[in-house]
Design a protein around this ligand. Structure first.
Ligand SMILES: [Zn+2]
Length: 269
């Protein structure tokens, strides 16, 4: 279940959808990101937190409000919780219904609750300083509207959430134009903060800067092709399954919807 462990960072990989959960340890605090999915997996992360905690404050960051990223909230009710402004404004009942449906389908009896956010991120480049640890948050919509990513210094870590995956295609559930802007932003962080480790929400971590950039460029090219009504070259590492093809068709519908809305707006103007 552990995908990668190095001093200060443990990346867990769920059995489901290669979803990552991250535990960051600095002399000042512990930071958990998107703990998921299964009860045993969530309990393991919580146990590991307690083993190394030694009275340090515990933070939890939710990158976005998709149900697979919030369903572990029940195990971290005591943590200082961070998410975007849009995250707390989301239709919480709808998000919780998805968690409940998942639990019901697999006879899981975990509590279902929406994270109680104590630190709301209103704008990009909001910095939270805890001793010598700096967390720099950026709003990164596109995949989903509430999305944020953050950099951890001095670890030179980029927790990007559901971007830069090496296993799945870019999933555009919010807006393709904002998705492209976010990809540009993420690329600029890699240079600006000399990122040594990139952690995507699904798939494998990346510790080679040229490969980080390549992942972002592959996503960029994929979306540009979609918007031009063309088929793009898929990254060789993106899964070629019927499930992924369905997500690709969903992306096409999303881009078509955006284009017809844009056209309608232009005609109205
Ligand atoms: Zn997501």
């Amino acid at each position: 279940m552990i995908q990668m462990k190095m001093p200060g960072v443990t990346v867990y990989q769920s059995t489901l959808m290669k979803t990552t959960s991250t535990l960051i340890e600095t002399p000042d605090c512990l930071i958990v990101v998107d703990p998921g999915w299964l009860p045993d997996e969530i309990a393991t992360i919580r146990r590991d937190v307690e083993i190394i905690r030694h009275d340090r404050p515990l933070y939890i960051v939710y990158t976005h409000a998709h149900f697979d990223h919030i369903l572990g909230a029940y195990a971290f009710k005591d943590a200082i919780a961070i998410a975007s402004r849009r995250f707390i404004d989301v239709d919480q009942a709808a998000a919780l219904e998805e968690v409940q449906n998942f639990n019901d389908e697999y006879y899981i009896e975990s509590p279902v609750l929406f994270p109680n956010i104590t630190h709301v991120i209103d704008e990009s480049e909001t910095t939270l300083t805890i001793g010598k640890t700096k967390l720099i948050f950026f709003l990164t919509p596109g995949h989903e509207a509430t999305h944020l990513s953050f950099v951890v210094m001095p670890l030179h870590l980029l927790v990007c959430g559901d971007y830069a995956s090496d296993v799945e295609i870019p999933l555009i559930e919010h807006d393709s134009n904002e998705y492209l802007t976010t990809l540009e932003l993420l690329e600029s962080f890699i240079y600006e903060y000399e990122i040594k480790l990139l952690i995507p929400g699904h798939g494998h971590i990346c510790d080679v800067r040229t490969e980080m950039i390549e992942r972002l460029h592959l996503s960029y090219d994929y979306i540009l092709a979609l918007r031009a009504g063309k088929e793009s070259n898929w990254s060789p590492s993106w899964q070629r399954t019927s499930f992924m093809s369905r997500l690709h068709e969903k992306n096409k519908r999303q881009v078509k919807k955006e284009q017809s809305e844009q056209l309608a707006r232009r005609q109205y103007d």
